[in-house]
Design a protein around this ligand. Structure first.
Ligand code: UDP
Length: 478
């Protein structure tokens, strides 16, 4: 049998990298070689050190100028540019790594000169990069799809054609958003219109079933997964068993191997942050009493308006607990006539009561004894990270799977509260208090944490699924 060598290729976004890098690290433990493929831009920003002779980082261009913001509003442009410019280099790179087994001596193909890696035997590509999956198969390299979002949201996207046929989608934005959604199997008892991505809402007119073009991209990528030889989810049966059970029969092979960041491995996953982490907040947390701090982070992409920021801030101050708030430079949209920066407004609360950082070592923060609850956008990584640490959540979701994740938190797992659609200081205050003080919510969160940790420990469902996946990958190398 040839030695297994997997090329892992995430979408060039923080949440996708944070999900797929722990996957790469877990593979290393099984003796597999891994080439982790960034974009040039992200490789420079992440400055990850391999830390293993069987791991290396390579990159392809994303086709955008270096000073391009690559923010949420530019995602479609980034996707198109990567598909047009990056795809050419990706194909050349993969052809070189898989056939010769060693990189070309010609520096122009962007491949380093490391001769110790065997040929790439398989690729695990972000399921949204359908062109990269197809290109690999065309080159004769087996390709698996990895989805970094929740299985529930995948199932909802997969069901979009049926929902359109049933007349459930799109629905009027001004109608009753509490209406249940029929047709997503296993979720009929709790899924409401407001839990579907806002792109499903029709803002003007009455007739027609035209869906937002971005939603089409997601739905198409999801449909594409039906054809791939295997689909990997960073989730676990304990969290999303019913959704996984409905997805599996429609796919060739499904593996639920998460939460990957909690899977024990001999070496921790290499650093993956695209922002530099402000470790000073840990020293600040060290000075706070147990479970007294509200940790606030809306992830790597979400942007809020200034008046929403003001509602959050007032609600947090009124709740009375100290808080640690992650505000990237672009988290709060610039607004005319605003003389105080959000950072200054938080600073005015006082250093003992409030701390603001541009980027935090989130997993360490959530693990810290001083953190009592997490005010979050319910991105899938953040949701998993809070679940593993048993930290109650208050969710204010923005887009994509966040709306379904937060519904799971509030109504299914009952490990937090779902603030969805309402950004009001009184609601923030009430929900933060409840998440901090409710024994019921805390005990559900801690119970779930025990279950999820068991899943990834030896003999647990995700650990077994991971071993099955490794066997699958090694068989592809024969
Ligand atoms: N994160 C971090 N520091 C921060 C904020 C976020 O390390 O200050 C990490 C977080 O731990 C998570 C990722 O960034 O792994 C965000 O991914 P998620 O899926 O939650 O949201 P997205 O950024 O994709 O919207």
């Amino acid at each position: 049998m040839a030695e297994a060598h997997v090329l892992v290729f995430p979408c060039p976004a923080q949440g996708h990298i944070n999900s797929m890098l722990p996957f790469a690290a877990a593979l290393l433990d099984t003796g597999v070689f891994v080439t982790f493929l960034h974009t040039d831009h992200n490789l420079r920003r992440a400055s990850s050190v391999a830390g293993s002779p069987r791991l290396r980082f390579l990159s392809v261009p994303d086709g955008l100028p270096d000073d391009h913001p690559r923010s949420l509003g530019d995602m479609m442009e980034l996707e198109r540019s990567l598909r047009e410019v990056g795809a050419v280099r990706y194909r050349a790179l993969l052809a070189s790594l898989s056939s010769a087994g060693r990189p070309s001596q010609d520096d122009s193909d962007g491949v380093d000169d490391d001769q110790s890696f065997p040929p790439v035997t398989c690729v695990v590509v972000d399921g949204l990069l359908t062109w990269a999956i197809d290109a690999a198969e065309e080159l004769g390299v087996p390709a698996l799809a990895f989805r970094t979002s929740s299985a529930c949201s995948f199932l909802a996207y997969q069901t979009i054609p049926e929902l359109v046929e049933l007349g459930e989608l799109p629905f009027p934005a001004c109608g009753d958003l509490d209406e249940p959604v029929r047709g997503v199997p296993g979720m009929e008892s709790f899924l409401r219109r407001r839990d579907l991505p806002s792109l499903c809402r029709r803002s003007g007119g009455t007739g027609g079933v035209d869906l937002d073009p971005i939603l089409h991209v997601f739905a198409e990528a999801t449909a594409h997964s039906r054809e791939v030889r295997a689909l990997v989810f960073n989730t676990t049966a304990s969290l999303e068993g019913p959704a996984l059970a409905h997805i599996a029969p429609r796919m060739r092979n499904v593996f639920a191997v998460g939460p990957l960041h909690a899977m024990s491995s001999s070496a921790p996953a290499p650093a993956s942050s695209l922002w530099s982490e402000d470790d000073g907040c840990i020293a600040w947390l060290d000075c706070q009493p147990d479970r007294s701090v509200v940790y606030v982070s809306l992830g790597s992409l979400a942007v809020i308006k200034h008046d929403q920021f003001a509602e959050f801030l007032s609600g947090l101050v009124a709740a009375g607990y100290p808080f640690l708030w992650v505000l990237r430079a672009d988290t709060v949209a610039a607004s005319k006539g605003q003389h105080t920066t959000p950072q200054e407004s938080i600073g005015a609360v006082g250093e003992d009561k409030a701390r603001v950082v541009a980027w935090a070592p989130q997993r360490d923060v959530l693990r810290h004894r001083a953190v009592g609850c997490f005010l979050t956008h319910a991105g899938w990584n953040s949701t998993l990270e809070a679940a593993v640490e048993g930290v109650p959540m208050v969710c204010w979701p923005f887009f994509g799977d966040q709306l379904i994740n937060s519904r799971n938190v509030g109504a299914v797992w009952r490990t937090g509260l779902d603030m969805k659609d309402v950004c009001d200081r009184a609601v923030v205050e009430r929900m933060v208090r409840e998440a901090m003080e409710s024994d019921e919510v805390r005990s559900s969160a801690q119970k779930l944490a025990r279950v999820v940790r068991r899943d990834v420990s030896e003999g647990g469902s995700s650990a077994r699924e991971f071993q099955r996946l490794v066997r699958f990958i090694k068989e592809l190398s024969m």
